[in-house]
Design a binder for this molecule. Sequence first.
Ligand code: UDP
Ligand code: MG
Length: 314
Amino acid sequence: MDISVVVPLLNEEESLPELCAWIERVVTTNNYTYEVILVDDGSTDDSWEVIKQLSQNNNNIKGIRFRRNYGKSAALNEGFKAANGDVIITMDADMQDSPDEIPELRKMILVDGYDLVSGWKQKRFDNTFTKNLPSKLFNAAARASSGIKLNDFNCGLKAYKKKVVKSIEVFGEMHRYIPVLAKWAGFRKIGEKVVEHRARKYGTTKFGWERFVNGFLDLTTITFLYKFGKRPMHFFGLYGTLCFLIGFGVSLYLSINKLMDKGFSLTNKPAFYIGLAVMIIGIQLFLTGFIAELITRNSSERNSYLVEEKLGIN
Ligand code: UDP
Ligand code: MG
């Protein structure tokens, strides 16, 4: 199969028929074999009825329905598991992304050899203060921590090689950082294509202010997981030992002074309390690292690595 289009959606009943008709138009002009996987992320409107109808009329249109709302990342993850195409395209259901970009994205994957191509909404039709400025900040943080030079990490329109989507797991609200997940799974050829962005035609945005907090927390999590996920002691142990030694040094210095000079008052010195506190923090960090290490060692994933190829081994 040439193409799988994965569409996560929450309460988008008005857009779906138009979106599917448009995708169909594009793929039939290009003679692709295709499937459209509509993942209903717990909609409370008639989205699922609409999907059932669409799938009855066209058996290339498939649906997955969550029992409740789990989030866009979960929806994408399920869609990825089900996808059969050589190239997987994701797009939002609200028709802010244009299906006309599909052939060019597919060419970049198959001919230019990209593992992942992310859309870039260079000219964006969203609110400047609630969307455009915060997203500039996000992108700068993601660029800095991942080293991937993309202008727009969170664009809903992306194209993937099949093995990329089968190798990554999108959870929490990690859909914002899929290029980062892909890079850390070992897919380095990540490209960008300027795409047309359109104003939302129906319905309203599904992401509120929480995305600021969640976005930054998720970035911290994936950065940490990638660097220290399999060896937490190297992080906590280092800083814990460092803290402990500093605190111990300060306390020792003050104690020696006290021994030498009976009139020397320990409890009048702020440094004494700071020294004690830093020692305790150090021990706590160290123990956290130790417990984290025990947990990772007990995890069934502790020895799972992504193998690219094997020679002479079944
Ligand atoms: N979406 C989803 N689950 C959610 C929130 C959003 O599947 O919990 C879908 C939504 O229906 C849309 C896409 O994710 O297809 C992007 O959402 P939206 O357009 O609201 O985001 P924005 O473009 O405003 O950033
Ligand atoms: Mg949108």
